[in-house]
Design a binder for this molecule. Structure first.
Ligand SMILES: [Ca+2]
Length: 207
């Protein structure tokens, strides 16, 4: 009985660490920088690269995250995980009226420490506005049409015990990549990108 209670206490503490890793942007002020939100930062601590909360479009509520080229390189990050099964999901919106060139990388990270500038990537989801395709950069054999003017799910199913991660775009399997750990995501656009949007971030233990 005592062991069970200890286990439950540990589980509660463990889960609490991950409550910040759901973000719908709806309780944040429009125009505010995600750099100022715990668990998020501009690349290696760059306060000017932190993205902005916007109400231009939204999947949930009224707000989402806006990422702009030559401005943003945003890293939501959490304590590095090396075991277990996890699911990372986010909704992505690509406006068709803003750009026909450029790419946006959405790269799950194996390690991230802005203070010591240590970083590694599992791979990246790529939104390629020049070709109109979405794919995984680590294995681009499967390429699907980029969805414009609607919300589409990016999903990473991570099995750290098997050390692999499966990339899905709009529920279509793209690729499997080696994944020894996961510590966050790096979202960075090329300079041409006028705007791309994300909402309903979630990183949780797999069901
Ligand atoms: Ca929202």
């Amino acid at each position: 009985m005592g062991e069970n209670i200890d286990f439950i206490k540990k589980t509660i503490r463990y889960r609490r660490e991950f409550i910040p890793w759901k973000e719908d942007f709806d309780s944040l002020a429009v125009g505010s920088s995600m750099h100022d939100v715990e668990g998020w930062e501009g690349w290696f601590g760059d306060a000017d690269a932190g993205g902005q909360v916007t109400d231009a479009v939204a999947y949930s509520g009224t707000n989402s995250l806006e990422i702009v080229g030559n401005r943003d390189d945003l890293v939501p990050n959490w304590p590095q995980q090396t075991t277990g099964k996890w699911t990372l999901t986010v909704m992505q919106y690509c406006p068709s009226d803003k750009q026909t060139a450029g790419v946006v990388y959405f790269g799950p990270l194996t390690v991230y420490d802005g203070a010591t500038q240590s970083v590694g990537w599992i791979s990246e989801f790529l939104a390629n506005f020049e070709t109109g395709k979405a794919y995984c950069t680590g294995d681009d054999t499967i390429q699907v049409d980029l969805v414009y003017d609607d919300w589409t799910e990016l999903r990473l199913e991570v099995d750290l015990d098997a050390q692999v991660a499966d990339f899905y775009y709009d529920n279509v399997f793209l690729a499997t990549q080696p994944a020894p750990s996961i510590a966050g995501v790096d979202i960075w656009p090329s300079g041409e990108i006028v705007g791309i949007y994300y909402d309903d971030f979630s990183f949780v233990p797999a069901q």
